[in-house]
Design a protein around this ligand. Sequence first.
Ligand code: SF4
Ligand code: SF4
Ligand code: SF4
Ligand code: FES
Length: 1009
Amino acid sequence: MITAERDLGTKPVGGEPTVAIEVDGREITVPEGTSVLRAAALAGIDVPKLCATDRLDAFGSCRVCLVEIEGRTGTPASCTTPVEAGMLVSTATDHLARLRRGVMELYLSDHRRDCVVGHGNGECEIHDLAALVGARGDRYGDGGETHLDLTADESNPYFTFDPTACIVCSRCVRACDEIQGTIALTIQGRGFDSLVVASADDKFMDSECVSCGACVQVCPTDALVEKAVLELGEPDRSVLTTCAYCGVGCSFRAELRGDEVVRMVPTKDGGANAGHSCVKGRFAWGYANHADRVLTPLLRERTTDPWQEASWEEAIRRTAERFLSIQERFGVDAIGGITSSRCTNEEIFAVQKMIRTAFRNNNVDTCARVCHSPTGFGLKQTFGASVGTQDFRSVEHADVILLIGANPTDAHPVFASRMKRRLRQGAQLIVVDPRRIDLVRSPHVEAAFHLPLLPGTNVALVNSLAYVVVTEGLVDERFVADRCDPGEYARWRDFISSSEHSPEANEQYTGVPAADVRAAARLYAGAANAAIYYGLGVTEHSQGSTMVMGMANLAMATGNIGRDGVGVNPLRGQNNVQGSCDMGSFPHELSGYRHVSDDATRALFDARWGTTVDPEPGLRIPNMFSAAIGGEFKGLFVQGEDLAQSDPNIDHVVAALSAMECVVVQDLFLNETAKYAHVFLPGTSFLEKDGTFTNAERRINRVRPVTAARTGKQEWEVVCELATAMGHPMRYANAAEIMDEVAVLTPTFAGVSFAKLDEVGSVQWPCNDAAPLGTPIMHIGEFVRGKGLFVETPFVPTDERATRRYPLLLTTGRTLSQYNVGSQTRRTRNVEWYREDVLDVHPADAEERGIRDGDRVSLRSRVGETTLHARLSDRIPQGVVYTTFHYPVTGANVVTTEHSDWATNCPEYKVTAVEVAPVHAPAGNGHDETSRHAGRDPNADLVRMANQIADQFPLHGPDAAAEAVAHHLRMFWEPHMRAHLLALVDTGSEGLDPVVVDAASRLRATVGS
Ligand code: SF4
Ligand code: SF4
Ligand code: SF4
Ligand code: FES
């Protein structure tokens, strides 16, 4: 059955003081400011209502919720009347019944009589209410003027607007304003002529509507209704689950008719979304039943052979044999695997466990490597925990929001709506982004500052903000003295107050006027509560980790940590990026971010798993690729990630995959990576999974099976069978048992279980004896690491610079309707909004190159070339071009380079020097430097990576720098890579930084070669 949520009519108000009233003889005590309508509902009395809903502010237009209040004249609307102490309210007198009947008969006279569609309760609210109050539909006859001849707007692929069923209650208009914040709808005209219109009386598809579905959800009639409901009929049962797209982690009620999903409805008590949704979670789930789904395992000897279907038993046996054979011939370390941030915690935990036990190495990495690994590194160094500090609700208390390298209205839409609400209430916004994103100026929202820095200069900018804070006396001295490491603070203060970090000095790099930087710094530092939110525009840089630490420094210096409305908050890309990191997917860390070199931690896992976990870090993704090209790495298990489309420098990735003997892909579709695979293991969609996702605010949400697994197996079952076939038995009765094991092995998850989540909805980790219901805000009173650590953050410009040959900088991002490499959204009607990746080019750059809007252009970097259509846009500064990467045919990552974050190897997707030209003309000067190449010199790669680390520690003399580099190599580099580096040092390889050479000798002294 449908577990519809009860609508209490108006929003809740705060706790104290309370007021006691009597409704129809029933006493009820409610917080002051509560409406009479809500108080009555809480007393179990449902006063009829139409324009009111507890999702929106009270409006008082329909006159259905009338009540009588002793001592007052008239019949006030209960939705707009606040309770007063001692009120005696009557809701069901004969007089009220007559009035309501009259109102309802008027509505019915101009309302379609054949509404069939319910809104979670099985009935159109109008007809339901009419029956309740005994109203007749023909009271005013059939001859009067009506709106029943208006035609429906069917333009939106997912919902219809039928004005003949509209009662002009304005709920939709208010939902678009108050919940979504797009303000796409208005009531046009007055009196009888009043009509709901989108934008300037456009079709919904041509309007500003972003198809979030909020208006559809609140509409009390079937004027706005999902087309799927009209096609499939009313749902008759529901299952609570979680959206599988982005890191917001919205909770939904999947509503089914029989075994068929009819619609996804966001739930009010969803901890992350509080009843809101975006077009992807609400409507774009049809890919789960797309004809392209592969439901049977596939095998082939060579990637040039056609696929052959196989039974699960055969596929698992043959895969195990191939992996074991590789290990026998090339050694234990010749295989590894990659976990997916699209999968559940339980599925991820199973894969990393299979690698550490059955594969007997730590060659596990995750697709989070290519997005938020710098977040984990930077926040762990400074605060002691690799996670964002707040819950989403916290933004409602922020006075100043510093938004850096994130575009929430496209990438995290439901959180963006929450942020916009706060901005409309008066919070101030600073946007740091090369692009003029929507939040810089949109209806009722205008950023106080937009700092359009050049790609690759984040660290220079954050250092300048901190410089202003320190040199203008804006430091929260008390917070710093109480909460932070004093020695490191003093050191950082000396570092940052050097004039080289001043906004004036850094203007040459960032391109941002120094006066704006100074003013923005003062605004941030002067706020009662200032919060930093950031995205991949921070992390996907050669100094991604440095930038994360720079933001942490800024937050600590201004005392903006450890309470509501503040913090440093990563907006995670995929649904379970946080979880994939938490579950021990990195080659140097077991679950809960504990280093593999820690004996006590390993002992715990060894005892539980009956194995011996390797104390040395394994290979990271880029190092797996380099090792594959070098002939040492031969087998890879890829869980739900399309490496050949989403990773940088695709030619290099393809060369690596092609060099392997056994590539196993576990996914829904035969994606680009599967072209290079030997085994395809069909995966399950989120509608079939049983487990948990952890969102950007550390919230662990349940994902429940809405339909049976179409492949016949859960993904974790397949992984357990593969591990077992390789000689390490892995067995669980269900997914709950996997989470139980996570809880036993991971102190921050000790209090998490499916039973707890089913009982309380969701929890934010840490969740344990100290915090049985989880931890919404981190670092209250004390940092996880004890004292907050200020870290010096020298700005080291990326090696990827604009040159005469490649004079433009390419940066990348997402659009609202599509998702990452698009394998899901491209298989839904979301394509109607976005059918191809386009290249935004500034009009001045376009003119210089003879490019017109819509021209097909070549986009060329020194590693590759692709073509796509140009769109002229002044949203980007001159000298910068921008595109998305949702379509494989574009292959935007063909042009992105090998540069990566010095600490984590997160690729530098956000900065690529390129040239653009109409396709009929040669790009640049036509020299051959741009030829695509399938692989690079592994020695040169290693030298570059090591030198890059040395660049980050130039401050305290060569001795300290060498020690810091040696420590980094010891903690994060796999022994094979360290040995490779030592060998290069021994042979006097050219180009090595002397600090690296020194570090190598220190390394040799401690861990040997
Ligand atoms: S479309 Fe629905 S919500 Fe909007 S005014 Fe009409 S009946 Fe009310
Ligand atoms: S779907 Fe969302 S954006 Fe579009 S009109 Fe409705 S509330 Fe507004
Ligand atoms: S905001 Fe993210 S989690 Fe929420 S519905 Fe949209 S895609 Fe799903
Ligand atoms: S519900 Fe109160 S006036 Fe409409």
